[in-house]
Design a protein around this ligand. Structure first.
Ligand SMILES: Nc1ncnc2c1ncn2[C@@H]1O[C@H](COP(=O)(O)OP(=O)(O)OP(=O)(O)O)[C@@H](O)[C@H]1O
Ligand SMILES: [Mg+2]
Length: 256
């Protein structure tokens, strides 16, 4: 997946500008940077989630298997099936555990030989099956936060995406649940390409193959803040040998 010259606007406000990035197949890429620098905005543009926000507009190209996902004729629903998303706050549907997983395959009309098998497979991959296999008919709302987040990951993979986008997926979880999600990401990356936004730099250092550092640049004339990509590289390079002073200041905690 490749981001080419992307700007994202909300009305007249340019939230992110001139981003060029490439996400490696079966790699985990972390997007890091201070609050308001446009990480979530960019992440949402990767599967056309911004389409759902009034006034949001994406310029430039996001190439997925070589095709611009914003081209005319591309179905945004199909884009979101192939590029799934997991949010900061676990957001299970107020339905049974089983129906949470079966929902996506049903509404997208996926051909499924056995829904029971697909539900089991998705929950197993998300490392949740053993904890819920005896209560699939119970409401997902009754699960713990960490379980709910794994359920949301299972829901995202039930429609067999290629890419999973995660926006601070551990922000509302305790350290043990966080560790489980991080372990899970390591397993999932064998089959999926993962892009994760995180404020936790240790987390980026632990899980990501590559890291992209963003910051908000303030225009001298207008004082407008725009998110820019400062630097992108292997996680080791970004954390141990950054090229840009702004990256170094941020990762060493000198920022703001
Ligand atoms: N729906 C929206 N409508 C208008 N402006 C928005 C919208 N969402 C975000 N913005 C603006 O775009 C800029 C980038 O916001 P974004 O949420 O992408 O930042 P972020 O890097 O994810 O921050 P955080 O780390 O706090 O989550 C901010 O100035 C924000 O106010
Ligand atoms: Mg955000």
């Amino acid at each position: 997946m490749r981001v080419e010259n992307v700007d994202v606007y909300y009305g007249d406000f340019r939230a992110v500008t001139e981003v060029n990035l490439e996400f490696g197949l079966h790699e985990i890429t972390a997007l890091i940077g201070p609050s308001g620098c446009g990480k979530s905005t960019l992440l949402r543009s990767l599967n056309r989630m911004n389409d759902l926000i009034d006034g949001a507009r994406v310029d430039g190209e996001i190439l997925f298997h070589g095709e611009n996902i914003y081209s005319k004729g591309v179905d945004p629903i199909e884009v979101r099936r192939r590029i799934g998303m997991v949010f900061q706050k676990p957001n299970p549907f107020p339905k049974s555990i089983y129906d949470n997983i079966a929902y996506g395959p049903r509404v997208t009309g996926m051909k499924v030989e056995s829904m029971d098998d697909l539900v089991e497979e998705s929950l197993t991959r998300a490392a949740l099956w053993d904890e819920v296999k005896d209560k699939l008919k119970q409401s997902a709302i009754g699960l713990s936060g960490g379980q709910q987040q794994r359920l949301c990951i299972a829901r995202a993979i039930s429609v067999r995406p290629d890419v999973i986008l995660m926006d601070e997926p551990c922000a509302s979880l305790d350290p043990i649940a966080t560790m489980r999600i991080e372990d899970l990401m390591q397993e999932l990356r064998e089959q999926y390409t993962i892009v994760i936004v995180t404020h936790n730099m240790q987390q980026a250092a632990r899980v990501a193959d590559r890291t992209a550092f963003f910051t908000a640049q303030v225009s001298e004339g207008t004082g407008a803040r725009t998110g820019v990509l400062v630097e992108y590289g292997t996680t080791t390079q970004i954390f141990e040998d950054p090229n840009d002073q702004r990256t170094e200041d941020y990762i060493s905690g000198r920022f703001g």
